[in-house]
Write a protein that binds this ligand. Structure first.
Ligand SMILES: [Zn+2]
Length: 148
């Protein structure tokens, strides 16, 4: 994860600004040193940012693999919103113009599955609608370019 550690957090109850260790924040254990309040909102924001970042990195990696295997160029704007394999399938489908339209969805599913298999050979392909960050979290420590 590429986040500043520690993070400066402002307590919503007493406005005390404190430095909080990133792992404590992500674990939901960070407390305001002035009033003792658990800084739950900051923890939630941190987890959200971390998952968003993980989604983004995984989506970028997968999209490059889809492009390489299928010799096509995905729309970069669409890629910014990819959070699950289904999003990537939807981005890939209209580009498979060599195929008749009814065959494109199935081919896009196949292309995304193949890309996932090549990118993460050690991970079983998740359900298309599963969040990428969730599907890969148990494996992140084994994927050197994704772990911290
Ligand atoms: Zn406080």
């Amino acid at each position: 994860m590429k986040f500043k550690d520690p993070q400066s957090v402002c307590c919503p109850a007493c406005n005390c600004l404190s430095e909080q260790a990133l792992d404590q924040l992500v674990a939901g254990r960070a407390k305001c040193p002035a009033c003792g309040r658990v800084l739950a909102e900051a923890s939630e924001r941190m987890r959200h940012a971390r998952d968003g970042w993980t989604d983004f990195v995984i989506a970028m990696h997968l999209s490059l693999e889809v492009e390489r295997q299928n010799n096509l160029r995905l729309d970069q704007t669409a890629l910014g919103t990819v959070h699950c394999l289904q999003d990537l399938i939807i981005a890939t489908e209209p580009l498979l113009t060599a195929l008749p339209e009814p065959d494109r969805r199935r081919a896009a599913v196949e292309a995304v599955r193949n890309a996932f298999g090549a990118a993460f050979p050690q991970v079983e392909c998740p359900a298309p609608s599963g969040k990428l960050a969730d599907a890969l979290r148990p494996h992140l420590h084994r994927i050197s370019w994704l772990s911290d």
